[in-house]
Ligand binder design. Structure first.
Ligand code: FUB
Length: 458
């Protein structure tokens, strides 16, 4: 994310520049890995485990937003929960011809090889919020409108979908109420009518000071089943929200309020839960306002690892800047996408002419960190797919810090265009064992070059 100082009043710009000096440009400082994404603001995380990867579906808060101004959704994926690959935006408000705005909090699920992404959007005709459903053959899309109209429409938001062991799927959603309906096996139609889940204080806790909302339930339900127990984790109270949860013996209740998952923290007055088990661990996704310029309408998704208590209750989870530990290591000897990032400073991403995404808007001193790279007995050379409409620059390969040990430098020439790609190769010395790898970009002024992918040889 490039902060655009020129649109800010002088004092605000100075404060952010001062923060950047402290937070972003301290030479050699080890980087924290929350928030997960630094290239844009993201919100409303919805993780999905599929074929050994975690796919993360998010909303996108526009830079400088002063409301939930959200036009598109985004997809990211990771095999290790620290290095996240940007898959761009495979679904937007425009995907739904009947929708006019508000790409808000949704969830994607897989069934029979198809991926269904349930999202709230504003129905143009009625002006009401409605739930649409996108479908794709791939977790990264592109998604198309599955039915050409709202699946349900009652002015309420934030769908979550859960498929029970017997194959019955349920769609839950709602703010201020909480609804469910039984989805048919096709996942794009339902049986029966939308039904309200009674919001009792026994089921969802007691809120004081708001006569129209006597329980803590606010929005953003996330329903799942674990060891025979049904969980509904939700954004509670407003505002600011915290994350609470209830459990039930069945998918439609009766629900019992169980307490706090994540206290009110993190400079955003909303929060939004997403819970998965992956590779033997349990992970809690949420959002906050932790990036520079972040706040209630410029949010960022983050993740923490946690362990259920022996009785199935969820411990209190706090927001951290370190995030979840890495699952395994990253293999540098297979092609890796340049947009696979643990942390970055100064770069952005865009769709690449060759397919997938590339990183760009790279200036002198920007860097990308890739965490836990297993060089083993050593790397001999490095190749990168690059393009430059200017005169190029250099990719410095450094270990364990943006100013860490230099193990190679690759020169990038001008190629005649930002999408005119060539492959550059350079020797590598001293890269053995497992390290955080920093690509530090160097050159003259202005934008230097784009990178599509990279690979080391052993
Ligand atoms: O992101 C827009 C809205 O804010 C979501 O639908 C709510 O859950 C809250 O996070």
């Amino acid at each position: 994310m490039k902060l655009r100082f020129r649109v800010l009043p002088g004092r605000a710009a100075l404060v952010i520049m001062a923060l950047l000096c402290v937070v972003v440009t301290i030479p050699g400082t080890a980087r924290a890995d929350n928030p997960i994404v630094q290239t844009i603001y993201t919100a409303d995380p919805a993780p999905l485990v599929h074929n050994g990867r975690v796919y993360l579906y998010t909303g996108h808060d526009e830079d400088g937003s002063t409301y939930f101004t959200m036009k598109e959704w985004r997809v990211w994926s990771s095999a290790d929960l620290v290095n996240w690959t940007d898959h761009g935006s495979p679904m937007s408000v425009a995907t739904f011809s009947w929708a006019s705005a508000d790409a808000w909090a949704g969830q994607a699920v897989e069934r029979n090889g198809k991926f269904y992404w349930y999202v709230p959007v504003k129905d143009r005709a009625s002006g009401q919020m409605a739930i649409g459903v996108g479908v794709s053959d791939s977790p990264t899309g592109p998604f198309r409108d599955a039915i050409g109209r709202p699946l349900v429409r009652n002015g309420e938001i934030d769908p979550t979908v859960f498929i029970d062991d017997n194959g019955q799927a349920y769609l839950y959603w709602g703010n201020p109420n909480l609804w469910y309906v039984r989805l048919n096996a096709d996942m794009i139609s339902y049986s029966g009518s939308p039904t309200q889940i009674p919001l009792t204080t026994a089921g969802f806790g007691t809120r004081t000071g708001n006569a129209s909302r006597p329980t803590l339930y606010e929005e953003g339900p996330w329903v799942y089943k674990r060891n025979g127990l049904y969980y509904n984790v939700f954004a509670a109270k407003c505002c600011s929200e915290f994350i609470g949860y209830s459990t039930a013996p069945g998918p439609t209740g009766p629900w019992t309020y169980r307490g706090t998952v994540m206290p009110t923290q993190g400079s955003s007055f909303t929060n939004h839960p997403g819970v998965i088990d992956f590779n033997g661990g349990s992970y809690f996704f949420y959002h906050n306002g932790a990036l520079p310029g972040g706040g209630g309408y410029t949010r960022s998704v983050a993740v923490e690892k946690f362990a259920y208590n022996a009785d199935g209750t969820i411990p209190t989870i706090n927001m951290t800047t370190t995030g979840a530990p890495q699952v395994g290591t990253l293999n540098p000897f297979v092609r890796q996408e340049a947009e696979t990032i643990a942390w970055e400073s100064g770069v952005e991403t865009e769709p690449a002419g060759e397919g997938g995404m590339n990183i760009g808007w790279i200036e002198n001193g920007d860097y990308v960190k890739v965490k836990g790279v297993a060089f083993g007995s050593g790397a001999r050379s490095f190749s990168a797919r690059v393009a430059s409409a200017s005169s190029g620059g250099r990719i410095e390969l450094r270990l364990d810090g943006a100013n860490g040990t230099l193990v190679g430098t690759c020169t990038v020439p001008g190629t005649g265009g930002w999408q005119t790609w060539t492959t550059v190769t350079c020797p590598v010395n001293g890269a053995t064992g497992t390290h955080d790898l920093y690509f530090r970009y160097a050159g003259g002024s202005g934008y230097l070059f784009n990178v599509n992918w990279w690979q080391f040889t052993s």
